[in-house]
Write a protein that binds this ligand. Structure first.
Ligand code: AP5
Ligand code: MG
Length: 213
């Protein structure tokens, strides 16, 4: 099964993608996580991506597409995957379609996790990310057992640089201008499914499972 998660920054794509990946035993592929891992390791790609990410802008398609296509060509993706944060522009979606078409394949579902902008800004301020393993928490909705410390690896939890309020506003306008058109794109293909992302995480997940089964 090949799934795309759509939705504004902070809509809960990553949270749901992780749950889908666990349930259906397919890899969770997040371009944002790949970039953050590269930044952490100080790679050239990481340094380049950081320039854009810190401003809430999209990393150029040329860089992003190559990384994604390399990742989904790996052995563990042959039975499917859940894409989180890709595609984010029409050209990215077209490149993905073309690459899949060449191997006689296609995306099964594009799931839009729908959350209004007002809710987003509130959520992002409460998100905390682990500097070690990248696990995500929320100070109200998913607090770690010990404040500021990751339950999984024991490393420090921080507010992502791009979760600062000014940057969140930029990310939202980039989303509306460049990513939202993908909703129409996948609607036209007949594979768009929308879930109400303002519900409790568990209810959002139940709605997704219903779609997938
Ligand atoms: P990326 O990492 O993809 O960030 P994003 O899309 O901005 O989305 P987030 O990860 O912030 O949100 P999410 O929807 O995953 O929400 P989450 O589940 O964490 O990208 C970062 C940057 O990388 C981009 O800005 C861009 O620069 C670059 N980039 C990445 N991909 C790219 C691409 N394809 N092309 C170009 N550039 C690219 O949830 C958010 C918070 O809410 C969490 O704290 C969570 O616990 C909480 N939460 C989740 N669900 C619920 C719920 N139902 N109720 C209450 N709280 C909830
Ligand atoms: Mg995410």
């Amino acid at each position: 099964m090949k799934i795309i998660m759509l939705g504004a920054p902070g809509a809960g794509k990553g949270t749901q993608a992780k749950m889908i990946a666990d349930q259906y035993k397919i890899p969770h592929v997040s371009t944002g996580d790949i970039f953050r891992a590269n930044i952490k390791n100080g790679t050239e790609l990481g340094m380049e991506a950081k320039k854009y990410m810190d401003q809430g802008l999209l990393v150029p398609d040329e860089l992003t597409v190559k990384i994604l296509l390399d990742r989904v060509a790996k052995e563990d993706c042959k039975n499917g995957y859940v894409l989180d944060g890709f595609p984010r522009t029409i050209p990215q979606a077209e490149v993905l379609d073309k690459a899949l078409c060449e191997i006689g394949d296609q995306i099964d579902y594009a799931i839009d996790v729908d959350v209004p902008d007002e809710n987003i800004v509130k959520r992002m301020g409460g998100r905390r990310a682990c500097v070690g393993c990248g696990a995500t928490y929320h100070i109200e909705h998913i607090p770690p057992k010990k404040e500021g410390i990751c339950d999984t690896c024991g490393m420090e939890l921080i507010l992502r640089d791009d979760d600062k309020p000014e940057t969140v506003q930029n990310r939202l306008s980039v989303y509306h201008n460049q990513t939202q058109p993908l909703i129409d794109f996948y609607e036209k293909k007949g594979i768009l499914r929308t879930v109400d992302g303002t519900q409790d995480m568990k209810d959002v997940f139940d709605a997704i499972v219903k779609i997938l089964s």
